[in-house]
Ligand binder design. Sequence first.
Ligand SMILES: [Zn+2]
Length: 462
Amino acid sequence: MKSLICGGTIVSPLGKTRADLLIDGEKIAAIGDLAGSEEAAGATCIDASGKLIFPGIIDAHTHYHLESRGTVTADSFFEGSRAAAFGGVTTVIDFADQEAGKRLQESSSERIAAMREGMACDFALHQSVYTVHDGIEKELQHLKALGVTTVKIFTTYKREGYLIDESGLRRLFEACRDLQMMVSVHAEDDDMIEELEAEYEGRPLPPSMHPVLRPSESEYRAIKKIGELAHSVSMPIYIVHLSSSRGYDAVCELKGKGVRMMIETTPHYLLLDNDLLSRPEAQKYIMTPPLRRPEDNAALWKGLEAGNIDIIATDHCSFTREQKMASDSVLTILPGIPGSEELLPLVHTEGVGKGRISLERMVSLLSEMPAKAFGLYPRKGLIAEGSDADLVIFDPEKEVVLTDERQHTAAGYTPYNGWKVKGMVEATIFRGTLIVSDGIYHGKAGSGQFLAAGLPELYRRG
Ligand SMILES: [Zn+2]
């Protein structure tokens, strides 16, 4: 089964090319002036005149169907990946919890099995690690053999049992370094947060208190500490969802000392600020770390422009409005917001449209770099012969207002309700199959495959 995408402009991190694109089965078979050619004979034609073609978007940070705090997030694996497809996302990287009494590879295997049933786009996995115990080195080896080459740690949530002490971290880092596995870090300083929580104990803690209890200074301290520890054992480090100007200061200081790092931020830390936390239904904007100030948004854009931030992902972790509104204390409001579907249109509008980043850079931030960072390249993240035919046909001129009703997440709301975007997905092609066209979804649950990850980019660079 062949399809020919005609007349579009292919955008890669290196530039734009007017070319036709031949898909054979699930792969890209040829790129060039192919209309009327022998190899394209019999292909179904998809007209992309006047449109841009991107490699499928990779959301490197999602939590679909997350069981947490006695409940489960709104988007199932299928619903999460369906919403994502409307935003041009064809691959996500999700997380497995470290489950008590199970080996790491068992936690990952079970998550992969569950995801295979429901996912409608391809997926890789990060494995969370909360405790370092005897035999962990062996478990990490099994994990790597399974195709999970990133572990995620927290520098906070001691009370929830997620915090690993320094000697444990050192042991984990050394094992990951020896196996060439990536460590990704949720960076907030727990001591600082605990002190603040003690100081405010007994007082009401409405949403506006969230940034007070989890200040950007705690992100600075945690990134510094973890970056220095990683450097001392000669291993690279990946920081998830960088949220603040102070956090960015820590990144620059560490990079200045030669620490090898990759940095991820999210649309909400670039575009939303803590003014929302004093408005009605502020609970809908609670996630961790909290929203910061407009100056922090600006610092993160500066980081992107300077090339010091490598990836934009979403931390999609959706709860329904009812779930979010069930509490008005920041200690118990369910943290997380939806975002996979909005990722591409928002970054296009606010990044490319406002002249902050080029179209080529956007493709790097949303597809090439996540594929490279987590060992999925060149099967993913690249438009080239032999790569998977994961493609977005994008209309850069189409204007749309994002609304709660228009978006497809099962959360029933979008944090970007009322935002005007310019540039919208016209079609999404997933491994050669058209799964979104003209606003209609054609994908199916269970069509997503687990992607065994190879060597992360930071080890490739040596
Ligand atoms: Zn997350």
